[in-house]
Design a protein around this ligand. Structure first.
Ligand code: GLY
Length: 417
């Protein structure tokens, strides 16, 4: 099977590594890829937002399967164009990808499917903002109703900060969503979805804030671990049965079936799981940890999803133990990152490249905010953490930063439901 993976981050590097380990995958291509993916795939340049360009590349490469990593091509309809050209694609069509692309659409689907989520109001005019803020908070949850790479959400007890973020979104032409605050530890549950068939992967927990102890602004994700020792197995079953399956069925009934990876971001509160958000693709960096434990062939799972045969896929097998991923971020991330520095140790064991490129001398240089994602595995969370941080210690990047508490609260038994 010839597989083309669209995207250039740590998630795509992890997907390519998983695909490379599948004997049914004969040829691998990444577009555009990064300095790490070129070791396992042929990198090709492409404008991922151009459906015509992606279709032309997939045809030129005679791809049997195209896996779309990031959300932007999905919400722009790149999967639609590939399907129309008769190419198998892992990733939802534009209409179903609105579950991520429009928070208001996601709320509407959840209401119709009877799924628990935060109460929300859309504000699209500055004139309505103050009265709406008065109906919420503290704590205020203010979301940009568009794609914002995980950084469009501000959760704060400071009304002025909430208002400033809302005004910024409105001034950039996006409506904002005000939400009631959902209490409880967060879970990322990734599900392969092919219409109404739902196959969950193992649950993970992201660390979204930039600083240790969940301080500072939100990022795309600074680290993750899996599985979650504090989450009962029956809660995963409950999430699948009461949340993901009803949402998948609602999308089918609207004539916009979801095909790809439905990512449920949840808060596990006193009343059970409630949806914080849905995404229409694998999460980053949770994917790097989750796929490190997948024993089943990844290419066959993604191909079965893409071709509507997920119900026939044998149950997924997982390694025992745990995986931890720690993100090494460039100086000033999540603001405008410093880029162009040589990264020493970037090709070490467990390293997934995220924002990297090659300089004229062939050296790996930083090229984005999240530069590397370093994965450790082990018999338990403690061992996996130890390996991830030992691997990270071998890497040098001027001005870079990382969190040193990924998975620590779980390890110390400070998370319970
Ligand atoms: N880890 C957060 C995201 O992928 O959106």
């Amino acid at each position: 099977m010839r597989v083309l993976v669209i995207g250039s981050g740590g998630r795509e590097h992890a997907l390519l590594l998983g695909l490379a380990a599948d004997p049914s995958v004969t040829d691998l291509f990444a577009a555009p890829g990064n300095a790490g993916t070129e070791g396992i795939a042929t990198n090709r340049s492409v404008d991922v937002a151009s459906a015509d360009a992606v279709v032309a590349l997939a045809k030129e490469l005679a791809a049997d399967l195209v896996v779309i990593g990031p959300e932007v091509p999905l919400v722009l309809g790149v999967a639609d164009a590939l399907r129309a050209a008769g190419i198998a694609v892992f990733g939802p069509n534009k209409a179903a990808a609105q579950i991520e692309g429009s928070k208001a659409f996601a709320k509407d689907v959840m209401a119709a499917a009877g799924v628990r989520t935060a109460h929300a109001e859309v504000v699209d005019s500055p004139a309505d903002l103050d009265a709406a803020l008065d109906r919420f908070g503290p704590t205020w949850v203010v979301k940009d109703d568009g794609l914002a790479a995980g950084k469009g959400v501000v959760v704060t007890t400071d009304r002025a900060k909430a208002r400033d973020h809302a005004v910024e979104c409105l001034e950039s032409g996006h409506p904002v969503l005000l939400e009631s605050f959902l209490d409880g530890p967060e879970v990322s549950l990734f599900c392969l979805v092919d219409g109404q068939t739902v196959v969950p992967l193992i649950p993970a927990q992201d660390h979204k804030r930039v600083g240790n102890g969940d301080t500072g602004p939100n990022t795309g994700g600074m680290g993750a671990y899996t599985p979650l020792p504090w989450l009962p197995d029956e809660t995963v079953t409950q999430i699948v049965d009461e949340i993901v399956k009803p949402v998948a069925a609602e999308l089918v009934s609207r004539g916009t079936p979801f095909n790809g990876l439905l990512y449920a971001g949840l808060a596990i509160g006193a009343d059970g799981p409630a949806v914080v958000e849905f995404n229409a693709r694998f999460g980053d960096p949770e994917t790097q940890a989750v796929l490190a434990l997948l024993r089943s062939p990844l290419g066959q799972a993604l191909h079965a999803t893409a071709t509507g045969t997920l119900a026939e896929l044998p149950p997924l097998q997982w390694d025992d133990g745990a995986a931890v991923v720690v993100v090494l971020a460039a100086e000033n991330y999540p603001g405008t990152p410093r880029i162009g520095d040589v990264v020493v140790g970037a090709d070490g064991e467990g390293v997934r490249h995220a924002g990297t490129a090659r300089d004229a001398d062939g050296k790996t240089v930083s090229a984005g905010g999240r530069v590397l994602a370093v994965v450790g595995t082990g018999a338990d969370l403690a061992a996996a953490r130890e390996q991830a941080y030992a691997r990270l210690a071998e890497i040098k990047l001027p001005g870079s930063h990382f969190r040193n508490d990924i998975g620590l609260a779980a390890l110390e038994g400070r998370i319970s439901v």
